[in-house]
Design a protein around this ligand. Structure first.
Ligand SMILES: *Cc1c(COP(=O)(O)O)cnc(C)c1O
Length: 360
């Protein structure tokens, strides 16, 4: 007997549509042949449009962490400043150190944003040649003020600006080139609404120049290997070709919806979810004004039994929500509203939540 499908409202992986799976299930082609090169070339202008960049957009068959680690390995000679405000951004410091790099944390409490003046104070010391920022900190449901931070980083031309947009890419406009972002990266299992296994990243000329000066970049994630193969419309090693078919399909879907409509849909879903939380007497975990557009991290100020709520939703409605990340497990819960979800499907989740909260 096949198990009933449990619909995902966790912040990644998210629900994947039938037509996306269908688009991915096409006959295999060789990754060194013209069929693949045509596919790769066809995707590039669409990717550059969605990422607002003239830079090449590379495709890595890995999760996002592959590219997060790669950015440190390819770009840091002196010292990297890792902005830490939650589980993913905190971990990046650890990863930098594991790569044998000099690294320092700019650390704020979970739920608090990284502010431009904090970044300025650190970069002013002249110690750093790279900075990592998680735009949308998925563990706390917080979105950092990317544009304001970008203005500060621009004052320091030797500092490479690496931005994780894993859970925000495609949900709001991220103007890569105007913001001076050297590496913009994401995995496709979040707002792209694809199965996990592929990461997308845009790399600036400056960053490629820097990579040329860095020894021990390795092979699999060497930016210069990506660039050399990109110039032939290929990837360094055999990629997940089904994902690339899927990416092409998704990009066409985004164009059909219109990017501005897509962003407006995400704003609506976020507002509706914040309103739902407040109407039910909950507070939001992140500092006011910095709430994420793709997920809502609800503070459990009512002290409900979060695991019981999760179980009730799963048993009765076959939907899965997240019960809080790491140290804030049970003290918060997270509702994702990204990818292919709509204000209607998000509203349905709220109705299910209302019903299950009553029965706790
Ligand atoms: C999910 C996530 C990651 C990690 O992605 P993987 O695909 O598991 O490597 C990194 N950063 C953020 C902000 C995320 O949400």
């Amino acid at each position: 007997m096949t198990k009933p499908h449990i619909k995902l409202f966790i912040p990644g992986p998210v629900e994947v549509s039938e037509d996306t799976f269908q688009a991915m299930s096409q006959p295999m082609i060789g990754h060194r042949g013209s069929g693949f090169q045509d596919l790769y070339a066809a995707i590039q202008p669409k990717l550059r449009q969605v990422l607002y960049t003239k830079n090449p957009v590379f495709l890595s068959t890995s999760s996002a962490w592959g590219v997060m680690e790669a950015s440190v390995r390819n770009l840091v000679a002196k010292k990297v400043l890792n902005c830490c405000c939650g589980a993913f951004s905190d971990k990046w410091l650890d990863v930098s150190q594991r790569c044998g790099k000099q690294a320092e944390a700019l650390k704020v409490e979970w739920g608090q944003p990284i502010l431009p003046e904090m970044v300025d104070a650190k970069l002013k010391t002249g110690q750093f040649d790279a900075i990592t920022l998680v735009h949308n900190e998925t563990s706390t449901g917080l979105m950092n003020p990317l544009a304001e931070i970008a203005q500060v980083v621009k004052k320091y031309p030797d500092v490479m600006f690496v931005v994780d947009c894993v859970s925000s890419m495609t949900a709001l406009k991220i103007d890569t080139d105007a913001l001076g972002i050297d590496v913009l990266l994401a995995g496709v299992q979040k707002a792209w609404a694809m199965p996990p296994g592929l990461a997308v990243f845009a790399v600036s000329d400056r960053a490629l120049k820097r990579a040329e000066t860095i020894p021990a970049r390795g092979y699999y994630f060497d930016f210069l290997e990506f660039k050399a193969n990109h110039d032939k419309n290929m990837t360094p090693s055999t990629p997940s070709i089904p994902h690339i078919y899927g990416l092409n399909f998704k990009l066409d879907q985004f164009a059909k919806e219109g990017l501005d409509n897509r962003y407006a849909r995400h704003r609506k879903m976020a507002q509706k979810t914040r309103d739902w939380a407040k109407a039910n007497g909950f507070e939001l975990f992140p500092k006011a004004g910095y709430e994420s557009v793709t997920l809502t991290c609800v503070k459990n100020n009512k002290n409900i039994d979060v695991s019981k709520l999760q179980k009730a939703l799963k048993d009765k409605y076959k939907v899965l929500i997240d019960g809080g990340y790491g140290p804030i497990k049970g003290k918060s819960f997270r509702l994702a509203h990204m990818g292919d979800e709509t204000p209607e499907t998000v509203g349905q989740l709220h109705t299910m939540l209302d019903d299950c909260l009553k029965s706790l």
